[in-house]
Each structure stands twice: as structure tokens, then as C-alpha cells.
Design a protein around this ligand. Structure first.
Ligand code: PLP
Length: 507
């Protein structure tokens, strides 16, 4: 290394550099907080290829200062970053801005506990992980063992994961082991026996991908829906037709598009009547929110009878990425997918035994513990109810415009709607033209970067325009507590303006 190029900041962290490090971290925290508070979703929008060419650089030969790296970050990366905490970002809602959760995240980073092992890697963190899981279980109505009966990690009743996709994948592994115990050891034979049932066109890709990841192949039976819920008669028929070949029925407590909660009790009854051994899995990535409030929890009634439930606090609890969980009705069921190693996870409380695919795992749950510890039940109830009230208000605003049409009843905090071009008669709708208008509107919205709504393909399951056709609507989500009336009217005015431009032929 040439003389004079070493800086203090490349030396190991030590007492002498503590204050300097604190100053740098404070600078970084301030940058991040100001970013979250900026009203804009994006400060700058450029094509992907331009971002690639601007940002990918060669590996520096010599050391540099953290200050310089911070300056480069602020100048080149931050302006292109998406600010999901902006109240103008109205398509999703992973705001990640809960103050308690942010505090927990910082402390998790600094304490560097490793949840793979309890005794020497995470002596206290393991039991905070267990506490967070027990609080989540309590919310959805699973019973918890007494604290003195917690003898091993298999009594915790769930796994903290990196999100909904991983939780759903673990659920599919549990379903597989339930169907043919010992597959972990013997491998999969006759994959056709491991089919799953999902609702047609409204499910999340993760369960289908999970089947491929865990060596089962694409064993998916899609069942028709009505109003974004299983058609129970069609479900009954599918269970009869594929008798003996189904390992799991997957239900959405809030689907990814309209956030409609399925009839959890109805599905449970149909499945249990057909085959007691089918693994019932509820994806409640969104539906967890209903459990916060007495007013809303009826929507997910029956979820406590499902064998496993996926929840995703980074979606509905403003917890910074990433944090999900899989909860299981019978805590001991996790034994079927556990693994052991005397190397690092040989002790009874080692969470690593029940986290397939993950070795070292950060103290993700501290964010969640802090969030739930600071809000309490009543704080969570208010959060959920405010969101639903805002979604209902947005639905009213959509309904009050002739050129906008809403595609479903509001069940949670999502409102999916479309712009109807002026030359379209909704009684005999030209679906292609309506889709085209909404596609163009969304493209322009992404390029502008001022407002954000989500966009995807959706079957017209309520027959609002034409039953069964695929629509490409816009989706509002009322997750962010900073959303006010003027944001809702503002984004609709913007859509109507773009719609008028489309009508004139200039979008
Ligand atoms: C219903 C549902 N399940 C699973 C997922 C996947 O969650 P994650 O992105 O946390 O892996 C999503 C994501 O939007 C979802 O909407």
C-alpha cells in the first residue's frame, strides 16, 4: 500500500475511533431519515441501462474514506432510490418507517447476534424471537404453550423468515412431509402425489415456485374463483377428482391484488370433509392486519384451524425489510423439516434447526419485537382501522368519477380500479382499449415518478366490465399513515389528466 493512503477509517473499529464512527453513523442515519421524509417517490428517473452505466464501477485499488463513500452514495445512488415511505407512493406500502422497528433494526445491526445458535450466538435474542412468534400466534388465535413448557425450539410454534416467499416455501415442505413422512430422508418419489390446490389467477407465485424449489415440480391444480374467493363447489369437485394426490390446499387471507380474504371457514369445511389429511395453509401476508382489531378480525375467522399460516410484518407493520414468519398450529410439526448439526446447532433452543436454507441469521425479530412492544394491541388496532377507513374513502372517490371504475369490494386496504376512455361504452366495453389506456397511464406514471400505483393482470372476477376477462388495472393501497385526503385526490386528478391525454391520442 503506498504511504500516506491509509486513513483512520480503514483501521479496525476501536475505542479511539468510537466518536468518529458515531459521527459517521449519525450522518448515515440523518441521510436515511431525510430520504424517508422527502415528499417525492423518486428524485430522478432514468432508464435502467443508463443507471447501469452510471453506477457500475471498477474495484478501487487504494483505500478511501467512509465520508467519500457516503458522499458518493448521496450523490449517485440516493436520488434514484424509490422512497416507499412517501405518501405519494400509493401502490404498495412497505414503508419500513415504524420508529420502534427502525430502532430495533439499528440495534440488531450493531449487536450482530446470530440466531443459528442460542447458547453462545444469541443467548437473549433467541427468546425475543420466541416472544415475537408467540405474540404473532396470539394475534391469529393459535394457542401458546406455557413458558415453563418451552423445552426446545420445537415449542416456539413458528419460524422467523426473510418474508412471505420463504414462509410459503417452508409451509410447502411441511405439507410434503405430512403427506409422505420421511421424504426429507428418502427423497421425492412419484411427485404426482404432492399436488397443491390454489385459486386460479389470483394467487402469489411463491407457492408454485416453492414446489419447484423443493423438488416436486409443477404440481398445481387451479380452482375457479368467484369474487376473488374459491368457488366452494368447484373446490369440492377438484378435491374429488384428484383424490389421494393432493398434499395441500392454499388459501389467501388477502390476495396479492385486491386483498380479498377468502372464506376461511368455508374452505376448511370443504377440505376437511374431503380428506382430513390435506395440509391447510393460509397465506396471511396481508390478512395478519385484520387480526389487529376487534372490528376487522371477523374477516379472518377460522384461520386458527389452518395447519400453517404465513404472515409478513414487513408488509403490514411498517417493519423495515426483511421480516416474515411461518406459524404452525401444532408446534411439534416443525420437527419434520428440522435439521441438526453438532457443529453449531446442537442445543435445544437453536433456531437454526428449523430454518431450512438459512445458516447464519440476523436478529430480524428485534425490529418486530420493538414494533409490537411500542404499539401494543390498541395501537395496532388503530393502525389497521385507519388504513381500512382510508381505503373506503378512496373507493368513494373512485366511485364519484364517471371515467373511473372500481373492480371489487374493499376488504382491506387495497382498491383496484381502471380509467375508462371517453369513447368506451361500459355497457358494451372494449376491453382491449380500456387495458391499453391503463397500461399507457401506468407507463407514464412510472416514467414521471411523481406518483405510484401498482399495476398487474387481474381476472374480472366480479364481472364489473366483462366476467372472466383479464384486466390490467391500477391499484391503490392505504398502508402509509401519512396518506391524507389531498394525496388521494391528487393521484386521481393525475390519472384523470393522463386519461384525458390518452383520449386525445397523445399519451
Ligand atoms: C399474498 C402474498 N404472499 C406472498 C408474498 C411474498 O412475500 P415476500 O415478498 O415478503 O417474500 C406476497 C408479496 O407481495 C404476497 O402478496
Amino acid at each position: 500500500m503506498p504511504p500516506g493512503t491509509t486513513t483512520d477509517q480503514t483501521r479496525p473499529f476501536a475505542a479511539q475511533s468510537r466518536d468518529e464512527t458515531a459521527e459517521l453513523l449519525t450522518k448515515a442515519v440523518n441521510l436515511g431519515l431525510d430520504f424517508k421524509l422527502q415528499p417525492e417517490v423518486f428524485l430522478e428517473r432514468i432508464p435502467s441501462v443508463e443507471a447501469r452505466d452510471r453506477l457500475i464501477s471498477s474495484f478501487p485499488v487504494n483505500p478511501g474514506t467512509v465520508e467519500d463513500a457516503l458522499a458518493e452514495f448521496a450523490e449517485t445512488m440516493l436520488p434514484l432510490c424509490k422512497n416507499e415511505a412517501s405518501p405519494q407512493f400509493l401502490g404498495f406500502g412497505d414503508t419500513g418507517d415504524d420508529v420502534g422497528a427502525l430502532t430495533g433494526g439499528v440495534l440488531a445491526l450493531l449487536t450482530q447476534q446470530n440466531l443459528i445458535n442460542q447458547s453462545f450466538d444469541s443467548p437473549s435474542a433467541t427468546f425475543i424471537e420466541a416472544t415475537a412468534l408467540r405474540w404473532l400466534r396470539e394475534l391469529i388465535g393459535y394457542t401458546n404453550p406455557q413458558v415453563e413448557d418451552l423445552k426446545t425450539v420445537l415449542d416456539f410454534g413458528g419460524v422467523i423468515t426473510h418474508g412471505g416467499t420463504m414462509s410459503n416455501s417452508l409451509a410447502m415442505m411441511l405439507a410434503r412431509e405430512h403427506k409422505v413422512p420421511g421424504t426429507m430422508e428418502t427423497g421425492v418419489r412419484d411427485p404426482g402425489r404432492f399436488s397443491i390446490v390454489v385459486p386460479r389467477d389470483i394467487g402469489h407465485y411463491s407457492v408454485k415456485s416453492a414446489l419447484k424449489w423443493i423438488g416436486l415440480g409443477y404440481q398445481v391444480i387451479e380452482v375457479d374463483t368467484e369474487g376473488f374467493r374459491y368457488d366452494l363447489k368447484a373446490l369440492e369437485r377438484a378435491l374429488r377428482e384428484h383424490e389421494g394426490r393432493i398434499m395441500s390446499v392454499v388459501v389467501y387471507a388477502g390476495d396479492s391484488r385486491t386483498q380479498t380474504v377468502d372464506d376461511l371457514r368455508g374452505v376448511r369445511d370443504v377440505v376437511r370433509a374431503a380428506d382430513e389429511r390435506i395440509w391447510l395453509h393460509a397465506d396471511a401476508c396481508w390478512g395478519l392486519m385484520c387480526s389487529f382489531s376487534d372490528r376487522l378480525c371477523g374477516k379472518i375467522a377460522g384461520i386458527e384451524d389452518y395447519d400453517s399460516v404465513t404472515v409478513d410484518p414487513h408488509k403490514v407493520m411498517a417493519v423495515p425489510h426483511s421480516l416474515g414468519a411461518l406459524l404452525v398450529r401444532d408446534p411439534a410439526s416443525l420437527k419434520a423439516i428440522s435439521s441438526h448439526s453438532g457443529l453449531i446447532m446442537g442445543d435445544d433452543f437453536d433456531c437454526g434447526q428449523v430454518t431450512p436454507f438459512i445458516g447464519t441469521k440476523a436478529w430480524l425479530s428485534l425490529k418486530l419485537w420493538m414494533m409490537m412492544r411500542t404499539h401494543g394491541r390498541s395501537g395496532l388496532a388503530k393502525l389497521a382501522e385507519d388504513r381500512v377507513d382510508k381505503a373506503l374513502r378512496f373507493a368513494d372517490l373512485v366511485d364519484s368519477h364517471d371515467r373511473l371504475i372500481r373492480l371489487h369490494t374493499v376488504d382491506m386496504m387495497a382498491v383496484t380500479f381502471m380509467y375508462i376512455p371517453a369513447d368506451v361504452d361500459v355497457t358494451a366495453p372494449d376491453i382491449e382499449r380500456i387495458n391499453e389506456a391503463n397500461l399507457r397511464i401506468h407507463e407514464r406514471m412510472l416514467a414521471d415518478g411523481t406518483w405510484h400505483l401498482h399495476h398487474f393482470g387481474l381476472p374480472d372476477d366480479d364481472g364489473v366490465l366483462k366476467y372472466g376477462v383479464t384486466l390490467y388495472p391500477l391499484r391503490f393501497m392505504a398502508a402509509n399513515p401519512r396518506i391524507e385526503e389531498h394525496h388521494m385526490t391528487g393521484v386521481l386528478d393525475y390519472i384523470l389528466e393522463l386519461g384525458a391525454t390518452f383520449d386525445e391520442g397523445s399519451l
